[in-house]
Design a protein around this ligand. Structure first.
Ligand code: FES
Length: 147
């Protein structure tokens, strides 16, 4: 192979290997969709935990999937469309409180502690209130702000 043939083959090889880069550089930029996080988070950290019809049946208990721990959401006695959200873990020894709609009270089945709608202890032995969270209805969904 003489020098001219060798340089010709090198030139063709270089051109062939560079062609995909040249085509890619000249092609119009195609926007790709970015991955969207699958989350139920809404505006200002609210998360949908159920539907209004579920709430109107009495209560919604969410035991997993939220960073704050379990949530018990009940309709406000004065306004069934106004949800009230608490962490139902009794602050005495960790049992799960039950909602007593007739008394508008959260009652612990283990040692009888009671808590009002704001989570405040109304009967011991628990000494600390239940954590409460902002909750609202939006488009027939029940939304809670766990933190
Ligand atoms: Fe609730 Fe003891 S665990 S009163």
């Amino acid at each position: 192979m003489d020098r001219r043939s060798f340089l010709s083959w090198v030139g063709v090889g270089w051109l062939a290997s560079s062609l995909p880069l040249v085509i890619a550089a000249c092609a119009p930029k195609i926007e790709t969709e970015t991955e969207t996080e699958t989350t139920s988070s809404g505006p200002q950290g609210f998360q949908e935990v159920g539907t209004l019809s579920e709430l109107q049946k009495g209560q919604i208990l969410v035991t997993a999937g939220l960073g704050s721990g379990p949530l018990l959401i009940v309709p406000s006695p004065g306004n069934p469309n106004a949800p009230i959200a608490v962490n139902p873990t009794c602050t005495h020894a960790g049992c799960t409180v039950k909602w007593q709609a007739e008394q508008a009270t959260f009652v612990c089945p283990c040692h009888g502690s009671e808590f009002d709608l704001s989570g405040k202890v109304t009967k011991g032995p628990a000494a600390k209130p239940l954590p409460t969270y902002a909750a609202k209805i939006e488009a027939n969904g029940v939304l809670v702000q766990p933190e």
